[in-house]
Design a protein around this ligand. Structure first.
Ligand code: FES
Length: 103
């Protein structure tokens, strides 16, 4: 595990998708129902920036060809995506939002 400070929690508004970079990773962050989620910001179908898409409940919809993913599990829910995206553990430490970006 390697939790890294990615954002201040005040920066993350409910119901919006934010994009952050950590080294080689593009990470999308969402706050919904007072919970934070972090997932890969690269669509498994053809590399679309998922953070430019739309939230719908627990799903996020890629803006390019409209594949839907679970933002909780990363599961690809609809075509044309057939592969899941990565999700990352998130924690709040004081005023900071930290994401486990791995090693
Ligand atoms: S790039 Fe996301 S659905 Fe095609």
């Amino acid at each position: 595990m390697a939790f890294k400070k990615i954002a201040k929690i005040q920066e993350i508004k409910e119901g919006k998708i934010y994009s952050f970079s950590w080294k080689h990773l593009d990470i999308a962050i969402v706050k919904t129902n007072n919970e934070y989620y972090a997932f890969e910001d690269i669509c498994s179908h053809d590399g679309g920036s998922i953070s430019e898409g739309v939230l719908e409940g627990d799903k996020v919809i890629c803006p390019r060809h409209f594949a839907e993913f679970s933002m909780k599990s990363g599961e690809a829910l609809t075509m044309p995506a057939t592969e899941n995206i990565s999700v990352f553990p998130v924690r709040v430490q004081g005023e900071d939002l930290e994401v486990d970006v791995g090693d």
